[in-house]
Design a protein around this ligand. Structure first.
Ligand SMILES: C[S@@+](CC[C@H](N)C(=O)[O-])C[C@H]1O[C@@H](n2cnc3c(N)ncnc32)[C@H](O)[C@@H]1O
Length: 378
């Protein structure tokens, strides 16, 4: 088929507009038409892929790149674009998470204690399927797991098969809120496991997602792993940390006007920065996942400075109550192993100088989906 100049741009624009209107099916048909027009023109396919990417049509862009790679399997640019787009779909932290041995051990220990030969385990967010396979290895009768990302679900299905658990584990390529308790689970499950926890605890939606599962997909009183999660925090400071959140003078210039953009929070690796811990650990919010969904909350915290120093803000990390025996946390101090979860720094709008023994106040809040910490405005 011949293509005329302008035709491709027009179709790309149309796809962009349809995308904004949320017309997925029409977009898919339009993409097919467009790709038919340019199917044997590698240069144009690359342009089309880039145009799709620019208008945030990632599936369409992937489709164009795959066509191009089918034509020219060693097309360097197409292969690199494909990897870049796939990284948008499959976040790189999956690898550190799968290799996080302390985290894996904590989950496996709790699963081994909870699973019996009659247990039907339900998991949300299978990723590589590692937790489901742990449940199967612990002897569960069956395991049903779901995954919202269809590409990840496909690889999970392959991994389950590669490890010989495909007779026990069913991977459903759908988000948890689209699971039908009868059709998909064959009735409510006995045991729940999930790791849908971000560095900042709540941002992956653990509270709402678990609450829906508890109400609709689990037997009354079913055990949850973890059954509780907490936002842990302490005051931190030090010059090294200050340089990541604040600017005064650099190269002889006064740059302090930039401080109006001090971030609300940022992830840090406590082992890569010199951290000055200025208070004891504080369990700021504890959420019991086997109880009703909590309400948003604001809490005023008063703690005591452990030593003199420049306090930059609040450092937050996660604590998981796996079961009665096992607690996991990525505490910044050295008595816990480093983890794929990073600690999150919530810098104060203005650092404060603190003296040992002095009382320091800050405010913490959550709105079910995210956390915030800052100095209290009095
Ligand atoms: C942090 S990863 C954990 C993966 C794996 N369970 C593990 O422990 O290594 C969370 C996964 O859950 C998926 N996910 C998040 N919310 C989901 C939901 N409501 N339903 C299904 N999958 C979900 C994400 O796509 C992601 O792959």
């Amino acid at each position: 088929m011949l293509w005329r100049p302008g035709q491709i741009e027009l179709r790309c624009e149309l796809i962009d507009v349809l995308g904004k209107l949320g017309r997925e099916r029409v977009i898919a048909a339009e993409c097919e038409e467009l790709l038919k027009l340019v199917h044997n023109h590698p240069g144009v396919l690359l342009q089309v892929a880039l145009a799709f990417e620019e208008s945030d049509q990632i599936d369409a862009s992937l489709m164009a790149l795959r066509r191009l790679i089918a034509l020219q399997p060693d097309h360097f640019d197409a292969l690199q674009h494909l990897r870049r787009l796939q990284t948008k779909r499959i976040p790189p932290w999956h690898f550190a998470m799968m290799n996080d041995e302390p985290r894996n051990r904590a989950y496996e220990a709790a699963l081994r204690r909870a699973v019996t030969p009659d247990t039907h385990v339900f998991e949300i967010g299978t990723g590589s399927s590692i937790l489901s396979m742990m449940a199967a290895r612990a002897g569960a009768a069956r395991v049903t797991t779901c995954e919202a990302n269809t590409q990840i679900a496909a690889v999970a299905q392959q991994i389950v098969k590669d490890n010989g658990y495909d007779d026990i584990i069913t991977v459903i390529p759908r988000p948890s809120w689209k699971i039908d308790v009868e059709k998909d689970l064959g009735g409510k499950a006995d045991l729940f496991v999930a790791e849908i926890l971000s560095d900042t605890l709540l941002d992956e939606g653990i509270l709402r997602i678990t609450d829906q599962a508890r109400c609709d997909l689990l037997k009354p009183g079913a055990q949850l792993i973890p059954h509780g999660v907490s936002a842990m925090a302490c005051l931190v400071g030090g010059e090294a940390l200050a340089s990541t959140t604040k600017v005064t003078e650099a190269a002889g210039f006064n740059l302090s006007a930039f401080n109006r953009y001090i971030p609300a929070s940022l992830s840090i690796n406590s082992d890569s920065r010199e951290l000055l811990t200025l208070s004891d650990d504080i369990e700021v919010f504890r959420f019991d996942l086997d109880q009703e969904l909590p309400k948003p909350e604001q809490r005023d915290i008063t703690c005591q400075a452990r030593e003199d120093g420049l306090c930059i803000g609040v450092l937050q990390w996660v604590r998981l109550y796996m079961d009665e025996e096992t607690i996991f946390e990525n505490r910044p101090a050295d008595r816990f192993a480093p983890s794929a979860w990073r600690q999150r720094l919530f810098p104060f709008a203005e650092p404060i100088t603190v003296k040992k023994g002095e009382q320091v106040d800050f405010r913490a809040s959550h709105n079910i989906a995210s956390l915030a910490f800052d100095r209290r405005v009095v």
